[in-house]
Design a protein around this ligand. Sequence first.
Ligand code: TYD
Length: 215
Amino acid sequence: MQRGYFFSAEGGEGAGKSSIVSRLSEYLDSRGLEIITSREPGGIAIAEQIRSVILDKENTEMDGRTEALLYAAARRQHYVEKIVPTLNEGKSIICDRFIDSSLAYQGHARGLGIDKVLSINEFAIEDVFPDLTIYLDIDPEVGLRRINENADREINRLDLESLAFHRKVREGYLELVRRFPARIVKINANQKMDEVFEDVKQVFDRFLVSMGKLS
Ligand code: TYD
């Protein structure tokens, strides 16, 4: 059986990732891919438990390396329990955040170093990187404004970080786009959501054509 495709979606706060992921999943399904979605940190029980420790607003004393290791631990369990079995069944998966979140947030924005965080994550994922990653690039001020307008969304510990931190997250992602040009595609997420989705569709159509799944 042919292995499924592994996709990830990345972006700063308020970039519209979760709505793009659900629209993309419907779109890929309509293109004939058997597809499931998941998210990090979380996606399965143990990782959801780790997620609640990491994102707890009370845990203000959490050390940066502890945070990076917890994300990598949650990722490891999610990888073993969900990502690998899904791909082996021939299904494709879109993960809302994956390794690049750790590289941008912990590696760059928290200053731990992209290479150091990459190495603990390579241990966690045994070098299985996504086949394609979209990075929804948004000006942090626009993103934070969108979050504040959306009253339904829970505010987590990382949302409370300063604008300067979110600017650094963006810088980190832009560095990753430069480092991994064959895997990561940058999408302008400052546009209206329908326009963002049109761009996303084009990227995936190109990918499917290159895999011989679409003519
Ligand atoms: P979540 O509520 O899932 O945020 P979003 O809707 O923006 O995806 O919270 C996840 C938070 O964790 C988010 O602020 C990004 C952060 N994060 C990291 O710092 N490193 C990581 O490796 C991952 C997966 C997430």
